[in-house]
Design a protein. Structure first.
Length: 250
C-alpha cells in the first residue's frame, strides 16, 4: 500500500486507471498511509518538504494554478472574506498570460511560489532543462508580481534527487503535501471537504487547485476553511508554517 500510494501521488497525471481505486478507498473512510520518505534528510537537507513537525495547531492551505481565469477570482474572494492568506504555486506561462490575476494574488498578501514553466515531469528531463524550467518561471513571477519566489511545487508533484538539487541551487525549496484534497478529480464538494477535514493535522500542507479544470474547489472552499477553523486550526502560509517547527522530507 505504501509503494502503491507513493506511485499514485507522484504520477497522478499518468496513472488514470488507478484513480477510481484510490478515490473509492479514501472516500469510504479507509486509512490512507503516507509512504516512508523516499529521500531521507541529510546534513544538507536534501528532499522535498511534505509537512512540518509541530505541536502548534496550524496548517498551510496551498493552491496550484496552471490554466484558466474562472476559478482563481472566486477563490481569492473567498480567502479575502475569511481573512485567510494562502500559498499559491503559479506556472510561468499562466502568470505571463494573466498578469492582472497574478498581481492581485500578490497585492492581497498571498505567498507566491513557483509551479514551474511547462507542466512536465521534471525528473524525466536533463539537469540543464530542469534549471531552465525553474529559471523561466522565476523570471515570469518576478517581472509580473515583483516577488522573488523561493518555494516550488513541481508539476504533477514529480521530482527526484536531481530535481531537488537543481532547485536548491537556484534558491528554491521543493514543497509537496501531506493532505491531498483530490479536488483535481472533481469527486464532489462534500467529498473534498470531508477528506481535508478528516486528514488535517498540525503542520499539514494541504493541496488544492485553482485551475479551471477543478470545477468543485470554489464550492468546497468555504466549508474547508470554516471546518478547519472549527477544529482549532490556524491557516497560514507555507513559509509561516516552516517557522513553527521541523520540516519533514521525502
Amino acid at each position: 500500500m505504501r509503494v502503491f500510494f507513493l506511485n499514485f501521488a507522484r504520477l497522478k497525471a499518468n496513472l488514470i486507471l488507478t484513480f477510481g481505486i484510490l478515490a473509492a478507498g479514501s472516500f469510504l473512510g479507509l486509512a490512507v498511509v503516507r509512504p516512508e520518505p523516499l529521500i531521507r534528510p541529510t546534513a544538507g537537507k536534501v528532499g522535498a518538504i511534505y509537512r512540518v513537525k509541530t505541536d502548534q495547531p496550524a496548517v498551510a492551505l496551498t493552491f496550484d494554478i496552471s490554466w484558466g481565469t474562472q476559478t482563481p477570482p472566486p477563490v481569492m474572494d473567498i480567502l479575502k472574506t475569511h481573512n485567510v492568506r494562502a500559498t499559491f504555486f503559479l506556472s510561468g506561462p499562466w502568470v505571463k498570460r494573466y498578469p492582472e490575476l497574478a498581481r492581485r494574488l500578490a497585492e492581497e498578501g498571498h505567498e507566491i511560489g513557483s509551479h514551474g514553466h511547462r507542466h512536465i515531469n521534471l525528473s524525466r528531463e536533463a539537469r540543464d532543462t530542469v534549471a531552465e524550467e525553474i529559471r523561466l518561471a522565476h523570471q515570469a513571477i518576478r517581472e509580473v508580481t515583483g516577488r522573488e519566489a523561493n518555494l516550488i511545487r513541481t508539476p504533477n508533484g514529480d521530482f527526484d534527487r536531481m530535481v531537488v538539487e537543481v532547485a536548491a541551487g537556484q534558491g528554491y525549496r521543493v514543497i509537496q503535501w501531506s493532505v491531498d484534497s483530490l479536488d483535481w478529480m472533481n469527486p464532489g464538494v462534500e467529498a473534498i471537504t470531508n477528506r481535508v477535514l478528516r486528514l488535517a493535522h498540525p503542520g499539514a500542507i494541504i493541496l488544492m487547485h485553482a485551475s479551471d479544470t477543478c470545477k468543485q474547489t470554489v464550492a468546497a472552499l468555504p466549508a474547508v476553511i470554516s471546518g478547519l477553523q472549527q477544529k482549532g486550526f490556524r491557516l497560514v502560509t507555507v513559509s509561516e508554517l516552516l517557522e513553527m517547527g521541523e520540516p519533514l522530507f521525502e
